[in-house]
Structures are given as C-alpha cells and as structure tokens.
Design a binder for this molecule. Structure first.
Ligand SMILES: C[S@@+](CC[C@H](N)C(=O)[O-])C[C@H]1O[C@@H](n2cnc3c(N)ncnc32)[C@H](O)[C@@H]1O
Length: 381
C-alpha cells in the first residue's frame, strides 16, 4: 500500500516551482492545507477511535477543574457582571462544553454574564461544537481567526487553549561544524527528502540566543516561531484577565537538553507514534513539544505576568480534582461512573506513563492586581 496522498503532489509541485521549503511550510501544508491537511480534512477524530487522546477525551473532570480555576479568575477580577471566555483551537468543543456545564451548574452568578467565544482555524468544526454546546447556545459565539486576531476584538476574561501550541508549524534546525543550519524539505529522485541550508530567517538564531541555549554538535531542535506570533496576537486581545495554556512541553533548558538529540517532533496515526513526517501526508498528526520558557519570556515583554507554571498533575491537584472525585463518590452516581472517574484521575495526574507529567499548565495575567488562584495553593497543605 502506498503511503502517498494527494498532498504529495501539491507539495512536490510547490517545491518544483519555488525550490526547497522550510519544514514549517511543509508542516503547515500537512496540517492545514485546505481540504487535505490533517486538521482541515474530514474524518479526523480525537479519542479512542482517533489518532491520539487529549486530556479532554479522558474525562469531563479535566474541564470541570479548569472551570473551577476560571471561576476563581472571575473572583480575582472582583466578580464582574460580564466575563468573556475564549477558547483558541477548540476542536470538537468538548472542553468548552465541560467548562460551561460546570459554570452553569455551580456558578450561576458568573454564568449569567458569561460569553464564550470559540476561535478555530477549521471552520467545519463549528457544527460539532454547536451540537455539543446546544444547552449553552445563548452564551456562545464564534469568531474566525481573521476577526479574532485581526485587531478590532478585545475582551476582559480568560483566553484558554489545550494542545494548540503543539499543533503550530515549527522550523527545524541542526547544529553543524558550520554553525546552526536549518532543515528544509526538498525532492530528491522523486521522493521528499531533507536538506540543510542557511537559516531562512535570523529570528531563529535570535530565538536560541535569547534563551542562552547553544545546541550540541549534531543536535536537532524545533523552533516554534508561530507560538511567539500567536502569543503576541493573544496578548493584544486580552484587555484584562488571564491566558491559560495547556500543552505538552518543557522549560527551554529541558527541551533543548543534549539528550534530546533529535528534537521532539512526533507524528501520530491511530495511536501509534511515528517519527517519519514524510509519509501519509495530511493523514497523520505532526506535533512538537512546547518551549514554555519562550512563552513566559515573550509574555513578559508583552505585559503578561507569569502567575503559575507547572506540571498538569500539580495544577489539577491544587485546583480541585480530588474535590471533584469526592463529590462524585458522595453522589448517587453508579459504581461504573465512580470507577471511570478514578481511572481517569489516575491517567490525568499519574506522573509516569500518564498525562500528569508531560503536560504543563501556564497561567499568565494581564492587568489583574494580585490574583490568588486555586493552583497557587499548596497541595496537601
Ligand atoms: C491538537 S488540536 C487540539 C483540539 C482541542 N483543543 C483538543 O484538545 O482536543 C489543535 C486545534 O487547533 C486549531 N488551530 C490551529 N491553529 C489555530 C489558531 N491560530 N487559532 C485557532 N485554532 C487553531 C486546529 O485546527 C486544531 O483543531
């Protein structure tokens, strides 16, 4: 069976016309080429039937704990009569739905003045989102990325995302005896192939320099310039409030450590991890781990204060996942539901082999004096 798809011809034609392309341009096409990219073609599914699990597909308790923290953010802003929640990269809307369900049930005063804005690059997901969020119809609206990032929209509240940054196209570099070079995608003997060359933009070298990171000879790494651009746009839009980012990744010193000699680029297809991005173009997910240090540094320059950064398990424990479990245990939910929640809890917070350690949470604030969030509580204290 051939691993080639319709995207192969499109990318090959592009290279034939303009010469080699950056890996970021290649990844952009694989994920977002209209109608053919992984996120822009039909049939992509998250969860048991799909290619990968996200924390959201594990259990609603994940969204409910985030909702607890969002309600706390609202309190830190003196419980304003109006509060806007924005989700970027909302996927099928599951997380937004779990958050809205919780706020509707538990925080009626906040819910009364709540508006949810969904921003998703793939417009066809709106139908699935609308169906899941039917009970909250009056509170939801959609903004295209063009309108959202375009400059005229701004809001007070919280902008959150789950696994958005890891899905942004990255440049790839390698340290050689000639210095830092970029990895490009070209065609050799009719097949996609890699080729190294000078950096496509000096911003890449500046990126590593600002972090004081020097790669070791032979070491490869991904540079997510799109994440920096995204944060700059996001910072402009949040008039007052919080930016909550959940993703897998590390601080820069860990991400660019010598033992990660080949970087962190990975592909997912039907729950199998694949390290070859040049097969099944548009049919496998391509991701790379997030450099949280750069998000914090850049945020600081943009006026976003880092309030909290840490592993997902710490966030979930401090923000109330045990309380969630206790409530379900006390409720008249069936034994099966209780067991499901216990297993989900284990998966979401287990440091090794679970999602608790690889996933990190970053909360930044803008214009909120002295906020005290739930995740800042000492666990078990
Ligand atoms: C890995 S998926 C995560 C979906 C969902 N948040 C989840 O956790 O299941 C990333 C999503 O972000 C969307 N996306 C990518 N770039 C975006 C951007 N700049 N603004 C909004 N959505 C974007 C993609 O279309 C895709 O649906």
């Amino acid at each position: 069976m051939s691993d080639k798809t319709a995207l192969n011809d499109i990318i090959a034609a592009r290279i034939a016309q303009q010469g080699r392309i950056t890996f970021a341009a290649f990844m952009e096409a694989c994920l977002y080429e209209p109608g053919l990219g992984y996120y822009t073609s039909s049939g992509r599914k998250v969860g048991a039937e799909g290619d990968f699990y996200t924390s959201i597909s594990v259990h609603a308790s994940f969204g409910r704990v985030i909702a607890r923290e969002i309600a706390q953010m609202w309190r830190c802003m003196d419980s304003p009569p109006e509060f806007t929640l924005v989700e970027c990269g909302a996927g099928n809307g599951r997380l937004a739905c779990d958050i809205m369900d919780y706020l509707g049930e538990r925080e009626p005063a906040m819910y009364g003045g709540l508006e949810l804005v969904l921003v998703e690059r793939e417009p066809s997901l709106e139908a699935a989102q609308a169906e899941l969020l039917a009970a909250h119809r009056e509170r939801v609206r959609w903004l295209t990325p063009e309108l959202f990032y375009g400059g005229s929209f701004s809001f007070s509240g919280c902008l959150y995302s789950n696994e958005l940054i890891d899905a942004l196209p990255v440049h790839r570099v390698v340290m050689t005896s000639e210095g830092l070079l970029e990895i490009y995608v070209t065609i050799k003997e009719g097949e996609l192939a890699e080729e190294v060359g000078p950096l496509s933009t000096p911003v890449i070298a500046d990126y590593l320099q600002r972090l004081d990171i020097r790669l070791h000879p032979g070491q490869q790494a991904e540079i997510n310039l799109a994440a920096q651009e995204w944060l700059a746009l996001a910072a402009r839009v949040v008039r007052q409030g919080f930016v909550l980012t959940i993703d897998y990744g590390y601080p820069a010193v860990e991400l660019f450590a010598a033992h990660r000699n080949l970087g962190t680029l990975l592909c997912y297809h039907r729950h199998q991890v694949e390290d070859n991005p040049y097969i099944r173009l548009g049919q496998q997910d391509i991701t790379s781990h997030v450099d949280f240090t750069s998000l914090m540094q850049r945020g600081q320059e943009l006026g976003l204060q880092t309030l909290w950064f840490g592993e997902q398990y710490r966030f979930l424990l401090a923000a109330g996942i045990v309380e969630e479990l206790e409530e379900v245990e006390r409720s008249n939910a069936g034994e099966e539901e209780k067991l499901r929640l216990r297993l989900a809890l284990k998966k979401l917070i287990m440091p090794e082999g679970g999602m608790g350690d690889t996933f990190r949470v970053l909360i930044q604030s803008h214009g909120v004096p002295n906020p005290k969030l739930l995740c800042q509580r000492r666990i078990g204290g």
